[in-house]
Design a binder for this molecule. Structure first.
Ligand code: SF4
Length: 70
């Protein structure tokens, strides 16, 4: 049986999520809905980065791999 995850397992330790979860910007909300709590979580570049490098990326790196503009 395949158990479908509804939330990314890194949610509680992800700097991006922690920092931006209450961000009112629709783009940010969209990323969270799409990646952190959506169907694209396995494609999250932050997750891939963490797997490849063994450390978390900058909190301002988006799930797409782009950097957030300050
Ligand atoms: S940004 Fe990526 S690693 Fe972080 S909680 Fe969302 S899906 Fe998971």
């Amino acid at each position: 049986m395949v158990i479908k995850m509804t939330e990314c397992e890194l949610l509680s330790k992800c700097g991006f999520f922690k920092k931006h979860q209450s961000n009112k910007e629709s783009a940010c909300k969209g990323f969270i809905a799409m990646y952190c709590k959506g169907t694209k979580m396995e494609a999250c570049k932050r997750k891939i980065y963490r797997k490849e490098n063994g450390v978390a990326p900058s909190d301002d790196m988006l799930p797409t791999g782009h950097m957030m503009k300050a």
